[in-house]
Design a protein around this ligand. Structure first.
Ligand code: ADP
Ligand code: ZN
Length: 599
């Protein structure tokens, strides 16, 4: 039966004991010949959703993928598992391409990755006609969307697959989840009748920490890395190139391996940074936002921000590069209010039109509101992306160490009542002017100087009021109406707050950051000598083959090795991440390390 075979291959080839959420449903639907559209966050485990069915079904799985580097990485990793995988793209010589094509037609492949422009050639389609095809997978399917920034015109023509091979099941996958993009993918790829699998946005293994720190952020970063991520890979984002260079150089003087990456460097230097990040253990890349696209490294243990990102969308994408392997990872940020001022200035100076600038300004406010939360960060993030989380997560700084707060319920009630009385159509600046009782012509013209809320907010400063409004937005009491010049509207959640059934607490701005107890989010104690010895064996084995270390084994597999200390090949084969092929290839080498450490 297909079900039993699927379970068996999950263990024997991939070395996984169980499916990640939703994988099983998707795989079983696809194995039995159904089309699928899969929206799953980064690190959710999308690849398995087509790789496993390609092994279960007869014939070769054809995978369309837009990025040459990612294709290469996937094929290298699959070969380590003993899967017969190849790719076809412009990086191959004619001869190499011929060899792959012959293998395709001879039925000697399990999986073939193809660049879209190659797939669409008459020559390749004619070859496909002669091959026995198990399935089609269209990776990074949002590339079909004309409105997205990853648009690839060839993707639009991929509907040819359905027309030419109507009986062969297709799966399209992406992490980009907004509803319009999803509809566009379904329509352009003719997947309207496919089953849609939309999994949540949450990345439960990522722990969020945020703190305002006007100075000393760099030292705080160093402490954080030394105490929680010594010897582990991470990305540090800075707003400006100059700061990237300074921070990278400084981290090196502190004994860490840190490499800069930004658009001002020449292509060769950037490639070198990227390569060392992939191939070596424990490299930290200090970068502007230019870094990260197409980086599929699964064992990035932390993403740190030394400046405020410009929106929650950017923040979520950047932090999402941590912990793709599902093991604990940190998203850590130190920001200052001058970051916000600088970002606002950059916005004002940009040549975007007025409406666009307003939206960007509100996105920045949402970002700041998130930073100032005293409640669960994950709840706020997921709520913002329309995927609400009912309970606090227990894995963010505010859940783990509730911050000191003051009761801002009365202030919040004044603010909401001011929104209400002015007709729910004004922006923050105007509302604050009313609360502070400002003498302005605009207020006079609207007659708002006669309102009961006029001047009732003089106990707080402009900045305090801004913080109150940001929190009301961050926690979903108010929404900014983009169609109506950014006026703030109340949501139904306000009622409870106005009636005093709910309270609003805001963070005290503490001048001295308090040193809380350390909570470690790392997988393996890097001071464990066995773990270190296993890592160094992994490094040798990877170097011999010219592949990144995580392709040999993930950190989580090494950590399990160090904890369980298997003595026999049989025991070794039980470890997570060890399938039959890796047991054969690497079992003895690692058992030797374990034995030596005992003796
Ligand atoms: P995505 O493409 O959705 O970002 P990947 O397919 O790269 O995610 O998978 C992310 C990581 O999760 C990979 O390192 C993969 O080995 C691991 N993974 C996938 N499925 C499982 C599973 N069922 N059990 C354990 N690890 C898994
Ligand atoms: Zn939380």
């Amino acid at each position: 039966m297909a079900e039993a075979r699927t379970q068996e291959l999950l263990r024997s080839v991939f070395g996984h004991d169980s499916f990640r959420p939703h994988q099983e449903e998707i795989v079983s639907h696809f194995v039995s010949g159904g089309d699928a559209l899969v929206i799953m966050p980064t690190g959710g485990g999308k690849s398995l959703c087509y790789q496993l069915p390609a092994l279960v079904r007869d014939g070769v799985g054809i995978v369309v993928s837009p990025l040459i580097a990612l294709m290469h990485d996937q094929v290298v990793a699959l070969r380590q598992l003993g899967v017969r995988a190849e790719y076809l793209n412009s990086s191959l010589s004619t001869e190499e391409a011929r060899r792959v094509e012959n293998a395709l037609i001879a039925g000697e492949l399990d999986l073939l990755y193809v660049a879209p422009e190659r797939l669409l050639t008459d020559r390749f389609l004619a070859q496909l006609d002669r091959a026995h095809i198990a399935l089609f997978a269209i990776d990074e399917a949002h590339c079909v969307s004309q409105w997205g920034h990853d648009f690839r015109p060839e993707y639009v023509q991929l509907s040819v697959l359905h027309e030419r091979y109507p009986a062969i099941p297709r799966i399209a996958l992406t992490a980009t989840a907004d509803a319009p993009t999803r509809a566009e993918i379904a329509q352009r790829l003719q997947l309207e009748n496919a089953r849609h699998f939309v999994t949540g946005f949450d990345r439960p293994n990522i722990r969020y920490h945020v703190r305002m720190e006007a100075s000393g952020a760099r030292e705080a970063l160093l402490r954080f890395i030394r105490e929680q991520h010594a010897g582990e890979a991470g990305i540090v984002y800075c707003l400006l190139r100059k700061r990237v260079d300074v921070v990278a150089a400084w981290l090196n003087t502190q004994g860490l391996t840190a490499l800069p990456y930004h658009a001002g460097m020449d292509a060769k230097a950037r490639r070198r940074t990227q390569e060392r990040f992939l191939m070596e253990d424990g490299v930290i890349v200090v970068a502007t936002i230019a870094f990260g696209m197409g980086i599929d490294k699964p064992d990035v243990r932390f993403v740190a921000h030394l400046n405020l990102p410009k929106s929650l969308e950017a923040y979520y994408q950047e932090t999402g590069r941590a912990g793709r392997d599902g093991a604990p990872a940190d998203a850590w940020m130190r920001y200052s209010l001058s970051d916000a001022i600088q970002l606002r200035r950059m916005l004002d100076e940009s040549d975007a039109d007025e409406a666009h600038q307003r939206i960007e300004r509100q996105k920045l406010d949402a970002m700041l509101g998130y930073c100032e939360l005293t409640t669960c960060r994950r709840q706020s993030l997921l709520g913002y992306f329309g995927d609400p989380l009912p309970e606090p997560c227990g894995n963010c700084d505010n859940c783990l160490q509730p911050p000191e707060t003051w009761d801002a319920t009365t202030a919040a009630q004044k603010a909401l009542s001011c929104v209400h009385r002015t007709g729910q159509r004004f922006g923050v600046n105007y509302l604050i002017d009313v609360l502070l009782g400002k003498d302005s012509e605009r207020i006079q013209n609207f007659g708002h100087h006669a309102l009961s809320t006029f001047g009732i907010g003089q106990d707080l400063s402009v900045n305090d009021w801004r913080a109150v409004f940001r929190q009301l937005v961050a926690r979903g009491y108010l929404v900014a109406d983009h169609d109506n010049f950014g006026g703030l509207r109340m949501t139904s959640a306000c009622r409870a707050l106005l009636r005093g059934e709910e309270t609003l607490h805001l963070a005290k701005q503490v001048a001295q950051p308090k040193r809380g107890k350390k909570i470690r989010a790392s997988i393996a104690a890097s001071d464990d000598p066995l773990f270190e010895a296993l890592r160094s064996r992994r490094r040798e084995l990877a170097q011999q083959q010219g592949v990144p270390p995580y392709v040999v084994f993930h950190d989580s597999t090494l950590a399990a090795m160090a904890a369980m200390r298997p003595q026999t090949l049989g025991e070794f084969g039980e470890l997570p991440g060890v399938g039959e092929r890796k047991l054969q290839t690497y079992g003895a080498a690692f058992l030797e390390v374990i034995r030596e450490s005992a003796g």
